[in-house]
Design a protein around this ligand. Sequence first.
Ligand code: NAP
Ligand code: ZN
Ligand code: ZN
Length: 346
Amino acid sequence: MPLAQAYAAQSATSPLSPFTVERREPGPHDVLIDIHYCGVCHSDVHQSRAEWGPLGGAVFPMVPGHEITGLVERVGEKVSRFKRGDRVGVGSFVDSCRQCAPCLQGEEQYCDRGMVVTGITPTYGGYSTHITVDENYVLRIPDALPLERAAPLMCAGIAAYSPLRHYGVKPGNTLAVVGLGGLGHMVVKFASAMGVEVTVLSNSPAKRDHAHTLGARHFALTSEADTFQKLAGRFDFVFDTVTAPHDHNLYLHLLKLDGTLVLLGAPTPSTPLMAFPLIMRRRKIGGSLDGGIRETQEMLDFCASQGVMADTELIPIQKINEAFERLLKGDVYYRFVADLRALREV
Ligand code: NAP
Ligand code: ZN
Ligand code: ZN
């Protein structure tokens, strides 16, 4: 059994600490990956602190991490798509039933029997030096994308890209992004690359200049009382990426006739939804979760062709607890990426 060095949470209240994981020996269709980098998604904080309750399925010890990039170390005898040394990625799931309607449509993240989530026991996630994954759930990272800056694309990237496609966001549409974090900054990058007029709605005055550099046309502070009056009825879409409970009704008022609020952030508990802001302007509300394997590969190829990558701050995995604390304060521009090679060299 290949042994991996990892960082795990032993309980919902304990910090992450060193842990050893036994990975499965690659079966005929498996790929053993030498993990170089893993992005630090806010979902890792939610999951390792059991903030999602029974929905989150938290089991301990837990090795979080689902924004994985690295190199193929070994392949099973029937693997046809990958060979040793290939640049690869793994996102938020490592398997699914492969038989239900969503799986057959390439929307494995919505598998009727439940996708096998990366980082929820027994899968153990990317805060580790190695992982064994079926080749059908492994992505190819194009040469134009550095592995470090591609890691966050495996969740934040696809979670931003998929709803832009699914909800039919078009050039010339107006779109507001609420919360400029890991996910939010990828929405800004993709939407502006697609010719969409993007406004960032943020709590953080310091992010104003960054928002423009990332491609946003406008910036407004949600902490300023008149923001919601000034921007009422302005947007075709509002993409909400906020991690903490907040009033979604406020954002419905910012939509035009037939506008859509897309919920991406996953705070609990949620606030009640009012019927009137929806009824009066035929507005819609929806959600979206990551993307399927086929669409994730399409997104990676789009990133390579357009030069879209995450803005990252590299940390050794040994600093993961500090990174969680800084993430909770919004003190990252815009994604921590843990260096797993630092763990192997110890
Ligand atoms: P993040 O990097 O921490 O960014 C979240 C942003 O939300 C912060 O930068 C901040 O933006 C804003 N925010 C934080 N606390 C807030 C508060 N108390 N009130 C108002 N705004 C606040 O997190 P992330 O990794 O982007 O993840 C965002 C959320 O999306 C998480 O809940 C995560 O679990 C979820 N998620 C969903 C998917 C999906 O497929 N749907 C995929 C990945 C993650 P400002 O400083 O600009 O205000
Ligand atoms: Zn994630
Ligand atoms: Zn399925």
